[in-house]
Design a protein around this ligand. Structure first.
Ligand SMILES: [Zn+2]
Length: 453
C-alpha cells in the first residue's frame, strides 16, 4: 500500500524517471522509406508527440502514426519532465526509369542445370511466393527456350512451360538434352501411407496437384502424350471419403517416391487420441521476433501460447511434438525436420504479428492464418471460425502464403498469427495469461471439430 501511495505521489510530481518507453522505432536517426511510420511503446503518464496528445490504452500501451516528409523529420516526445527527440529520415529515391520487360525467344533451345538445392520452378516469371510448380533438386537438367525478367522459360512439355530464376541454374556447355523414360512404378501398401515408387531413367521436373483426383505429373518424358506423364490418385474413392492429410514427394536416386497419408483412425468421443500434432513456437533464443507495446518479446508470447496448446491437446489424448520447449534458437530447417521426423499429421506454427511502416497499427487487429497447400485451408477456416466465435478475436483473414515451415512440412500445415503485438488492444490480449489459455483451448477445440468429421 505504501508503495502505491509513493508511486501516485511521483506521478503527481511528474518527476519519475522513464514515464514512457518507446519500442519502435528502435533508435533515433533511422531511415524509413514510407509515407508514414508509428511510435509504439507505453507510458504511465500523459504523453505528447509534437504537441499532440497520444491516446493511451488502459495498459499504458500506445501506437501513434506520424506522416513522413522527404528528408529529415523531427519528433519530440514529451511526458512531464521526460523529453526525447527522434529524427527519422525519409530518403528521396529517384526512379530508375523504364526498362522494357519483354519475353525474348531464343533461336535454339539452351540446356541449363540446377545449381542449388530446392530451386523453385514457377508458373510465372515473378518471385511471388505462391506461384511454385515444384522445387527442383540440384543437377536436374532443363531446356530453356527464352527468358524474361531474369527468369528462363523452361519447356516442360508441348505448350507447357515453367520459369526458373537464372541465379538458380547454370548453362551447360553441350546442348544435347534427353527426355526421360518411365520403366514402371511400384505400389507399397504401408501402415500409414500409400506409397508409389516411380522408376525414371533420370530426374525430371514434376508437379503434384491437389484435388480429386490427386495428380502427379512428370515432365520432359519420352513416349508420353505432350511429353507429360500423368498419374491420377482418386482421393475420395481410395480414402473412403476421408480427407487428404498430407503427402510428400521426393527423389531417391532416379526413383521418385510419392507418399500419401492414409486416413487416421479416430473415435468420435476422443477424436484427437494418438494423433501426432507438431506445435511450433516461432522464434526463440537470440531471435526475439516482434516486440510488443509494453516491451514483451514475441518469442516468449509464442512459447507461452504453444505450451498452453500442448497441454490442451495432451488432455485430449493427442501426441504432441514441440519444435522448442525453451527459449532457444531453432532454425526453420530444423523445425521442419522435427515435424517431418515425428511424422506429424498436423503442424501449427504460432506467431504474433507486426506491421510495416506505412500501416496504422490502431486499425488492424486480430488473427490471420496462413496455409500454403490447399489441403490445409479447411483446417485454417475452422480455427478462424472458432477463435472468432469462441473468444471474439477479430478475423484478419485466412490467406495462402509461401512460408518455409508451412511449405516444407509434410503435414496439414498452417501458421497462426494470433494477434498484433503493436496494436494496444491486441497486445493486451497477447500478454494476458487468461487469453493465452482461451486461445489455446479454441485451437484444440478446432482440431477436435476437424477430426471428428
Ligand atoms: Zn513471428
Amino acid at each position: 500500500m505504501k508503495k502505491l501511495l509513493l508511486l501516485t505521489g511521483l506521478v503527481l510530481l511528474g518527476s519519475q524517471a522513464f514515464a514512457f518507453d518507446v519500442v519502435y522505432p528502435k533508435q533515433n536517426d533511422v531511415i524509413i522509406n514510407a509515407k508514414s511510420t508509428f511510435f509504439v511503446g507505453s507510458s504511465n503518464a500523459p504523453l505528447k508527440i509534437n504537441g499532440q496528445n497520444v491516446p493511451l490504452h488502459p495498459t499504458g500501451a500506445f501506437a501513434y502514426v506520424v506522416p513522413l516528409n522527404n528528408g529529415s523529420n523531427t519528433f519530440i516526445l514529451q511526458s512531464g519532465e521526460q523529453r526525447e527527440i527522434f529524427v527519422i529520415t525519409k530518403p528521396v529515391i529517384k526512379s530508375s526509369g523504364f526498362t522494357p520487360r519483354v519475353f525474348s525467344q531464343y533461336s535454339s533451345m539452351k540446356t541449363v542445370s540446377v545449381t542449388v538445392d530446392e530451386a523453385p520452378l514457377r508458373s510465372s516469371p515473378v518471385d511471388a511466393g505462391v506461384n511454385r510448380i515444384a522445387h527442383l533438386q540440384r543437377d536436374i537438367k532443363l531446356q530453356a527456350d527464352g527468358e524474361k525478367d531474369g527468369f528462363y522459360r523452361i519447356v516442360l512439355g508441348k505448350d507447357k512451360y515453367g520459369w526458373i530464376s537464372k541465379t538458380n541454374v547454370k548453362s551447360e556447355s553441350s546442348n544435347n538434352f534427353e527426355l526421360a523414360q518411365l520403366s514402371g512404378y511400384e505400389y507399397i501398401d504401408g501402415k500409414d501411407y500409400f506409397t508409389f515408387v516411380f522408376h525414371l531413367s533420370k530426374r525430371v521436373p514434376f508437379e503434384m496437384i491437389e484435388g480429386d483426383p490427386f495428380i502427379m505429373k512428370f515432365y520432359n518424358m519420352k513416349d508420353e502424350e505432350n511429353n507429360i506423364y500423368t498419374f491420377d490418385f482418386p482421393v475420395k474413392d481410395v480414402l473412403s471419403g476421408r480427407k487428404l492429410l498430407g503427402y510428400s514427394g521426393e527423389y531417391q536416386g532416379n526413383d521418385f517416391i510419392l507418399k500419401i497419408r492414409k486416413p487416421v483412425i479416430t473415435n468420435s468421443w476422443r477424436p484427437l487420441h494418438n494423433i501426432r500434432i507438431a506445435i511450433d513456437a516461432g522464434h526463440g533464443g537470440d531471435e526475439a521476433g516482434g516486440i510488443g507495446c509494453l516491451g514483451d518479446k514475441e518469442k516468449d508470447i509464442n512459447l507461452s501460447i504453444a505450451k498452453n496448446v500442448q497441454s490442451e491437446l495432451k488432455k485430449r489424448g493427442a501426441h504432441v511434438i514441440m519444435t522448442r520447449s525453451g527459449d532457444n534458437y531453432v532454425s526453420l530447417k530444423d523445425r521442419v525436420e522435427i515435424a517431418n521426423y515425428g511424422d506429424a499429421v498436423v503442424f501449427l506454427s504460432i506467431h504474433a504479428n507486426a506491421l510495416p511502416d506505412g500501416a496504422d497499427p490502431n486499425k488492424i487487429r486480430g488473427t490471420s492464418i496462413y496455409y500454403y497447400y490447399p489441403q490445409a485451408k479447411p483446417l485454417a477456416d475452422i480455427i478462424m471460425d472458432t477463435v472468432t466465435s469462441e473468444i471474439g478475436v477479430p478475423n484478419d483473414k485466412v490467406r495462402q502464403g509461401s512460408l518455409a515451415v508451412v511449405r516444407n512440412t509434410n503435414a496439414l500445415s498452417i501458421l497462426i498469427e494470433v494477434s498484433y503485438l503493436i496494436n494496444p488492444e491486441d497486445n493486451a490480449n497477447l500478454i494476458n495469461p487468461e487469453f493465452q489459455k482461451q486461445y489455446a483451448k479454441a485451437i484444440a477445440d478446432s482440431l477436435e471439430r476437424y477430426f471428428e468429421k
